[in-house]
Design a protein around this ligand. Sequence first.
Ligand code: HEM
Length: 418
Amino acid sequence: MTIVGKETTHEILKKDKEFCFREGTETQLPMNHILSNVPDFMRNAKIIKEFAIGKLRYLMSRLQKNIDKAIDLYIGDCVEPKIIHDPSKTVADIIAIPITNIIVGEVCIICVFFFISENFICCYKSMAAAGKNFLMYRIPLRFGWNPISKHRKIIISRIKPIIEKRLYDKKKLGDAWIVPVDALQYYLDNPEITPDLDPNNVNYDHIVDALGDFVFAAMGTTTNGATRSLYELVERKQYWNELYEEAQEINKQCNGNELTSDDIAKIVKLNSFVKEALRFSKGIVGLPHRCVSKSYYTFENGYQIPSGRIVMLNFIDTHYDEGLQGQNPKEFYAYRHLERSSTTKIDRNFLGFGGGKHACPGRSLAVNEIKVFLYKILLKYNARTEIEIIEPQRNHVGPLADCLKGGMVFENRKEIIN
Ligand code: HEM
């Protein structure tokens, strides 16, 4: 394995014919064995991209309703101060609801998908934690053991009647049928999965694994970003009031109604805050790419990487560089990005969403979701840490950023918000 710094990082991200991220992560997480019914992961990524980017504006409305619903369900009314002992778990529960909704729509299997999301993440985490011992997992995987086969069966049994109904309605109602907007429908419209829209000829295994890939890409990443941002917000009290005032101003401007994408874009201080939180959430190295050049790849600076070698990107080199980040790059400064690029722009100073042709296609969806989540928390509650923290410490475990721990106390805001 080779670790590369900022000079060559963007060359790797741009040269997708020479460096492959999918193949790089295979050594850590053999997705082709776990989601074995996805025939082509690149193609699946393209479908997710078309859906997440193409339907973003439409999805924002549903996202907000579902974030509201989820906050009410998991934090709720805090007339008396309420202690949340494990905020990471609560945020995961909250994020699962809007994501499930954009994947399978307004249907009752929400609980099941939610369940599988959690299990996917547990399975991912335990494998990731196993680190060098991946061999231990690879061997049973090669012999057919699969950590998700039980969940796949449950999902299929729940999803089958919904798919049958959609196919039936489509045939019967023709143009009068209102097409559901969710990832499931995207797959159903794909002739590789549902040839001739024949309910007896649906490739359920393919659909469920393809959706599983969506869950993998979207759930853990967004939950991690939202959790880190919430901790930064609650622990760094100096920003709380200013960010609240910004949220209140925007809320007034839209009369307490749903935010449009343009309204969300106006929440600029919170946007910069989230980017700073994401900058600090990265570990020391990451984004493994396998060199897939024929024999070796020669960088512009003359260095060479042999074919087959895994290359890791040095995040610290980019994220803590004074030239790229401005003054005191190792300090958390919420408004660092205010006059600079937005969180979702692929830029030399931020590797959170990768880069080049394969840069994360779900980034606008994810960042808007995190922003809306924090905006609603700011408007609804006063929050503090359970134990007073003078200066938050952000450590690493090996090359990874350490999980943030510690309880939070939520209390309803006394102010009346228009
Ligand atoms: C804060 C949340 C997220 C983070 C930090 C994140 C990060 C990333 C990164 C670093 C990559 C690799 C980019 C590269 O190879 O250069 C990636 C790829 C990808 N992400 Fe995200 N992601 C997030 C949310 C999402 C969401 C919500 C979705 C789905 C709607 C999604 C779908 C994907 C897909 C499909 C790819 C593969 C793209 C390809 O291979 O062409 N991500 N993401």
